[in-house]
Design a protein. Structure first.
Length: 284
């Protein structure tokens, strides 16, 4: 029996990194070389060969600069969600600033595709204890699901559910799709994407997915376009950020291909359409 898991891609460029405003301020973004198109096309080619689908959470900034890229993604049969407009952590914004940023991205993306945007992914999984207010805004703006809460220390909260669940904000229920995490004596581990997917043993990732699937639950994996770049630009940023961005980056493509061979992956929209059991609802 095959089981559909979820693959997601954050459509952002190599310089869209949270916490490095001092080194790469937004005002210089237009001056920087864009490499997102080539890397997205590489991902699309991999997915086509593996006959897999994914949800692409696009920055409004990227969509605005390259609307044809979004149409290329859409025409290949993938889902397009929003990653906000300017790649800002939610908890650094006021509710009004967040609403304006999100609305701007929705207007740009839906204006290009002609389709409503159903899902949101916050930069750096930044909906957490001090920014849960964002869920009400997301729902009020017409979205069906969110994928921004990580059951991890530092960037999220280890007590958050590891499986899809439903929130009950005042404007109606909304689904939450957390990233795949692994268990250890030291707490949950970020094995579902980014540096964790590249660094931790593949056997750990595979076992975590198999465990969820045996419980009739999908695993959610995520990747970034810059992780498929064979010659990424050199970035002058703090060492910890450098590690997160570039550690074992050459393994990304091989690991993704292995996952696509071992498991079935599709879009968030498809999994919702198939029907999914929520273990519990969370009152916000």
């Amino acid at each position: 029996m095959t089981f559909n898991n979820i693959l997601t891609v954050d459509v952002e460029d190599w310089y869209h990194i949270c916490g490095v405003k001092k080194y790469i301020p937004q005002k210089i973004w237009p001056e920087l070389e864009s490499r997102v198109r080539g890397n997205i096309l590489k991902i699309l080619d991999i997915l086509d060969k593996k006959q897999s689908k994914a949800t692409f959470f696009s920055l409004g900034y990227i969509a605005e600069k390259d609307p044809d890229l979004l149409m290329t993604i859409l025409s290949a049969g993938h889902e397009i969600g929003t990653h906000g407009y300017a790649h800002k952590r939610v908890y650094t914004l006021t509710p009004n600033e967040f609403k304006n940023d999100l609305q701007k991205s929705l207007d740009i993306i839906s204006g290009i595709t002609g389709c409503p945007v159903k899902g949101f992914r916050a930069p750096e999984w930044s909906i957490r204890d001090n920014s849960l207010w964002a869920l009400k805004i997301i729902k009020k703006l017409g979205m069906v699901y969110d994928s921004s809460m990580a059951p991890l220390p530092i960037i999220g909260n280890q007590m958050y559910p590891k499986r899809p669940f439903q929130h009950n904000p005042e404007h109606g229920s909304i689904w939450e799709f957390p990233p795949l995490v692994g268990s250890s004596l030291f707490g949950n581990l970020p094995i579902g994407g980014g540096w964790g997917l590249r660094v931790f043993p593949y056997s750990m990732v595979r076992s975590a997915i198999e465990k969820l699937n045996k419980e009739n639950q999908p695993a959610l994996v995520y990747v970034h376009p810059r992780e498929f770049d064979p010659d990424p630009p050199s970035i002058r940023i703090p060492m910890i950020k450098k590690f997160v961005v570039s550690a074992r980056i050459s393994t990304t493509e091989k690991r993704l291909c292995r996952l696509l061979d071992d498991f079935e992956f599709t879009t968030v929209e498809t999994v919702l359409g198939e029907g999914i059991r929520a273990d519990r609802c969370v009152e916000d």
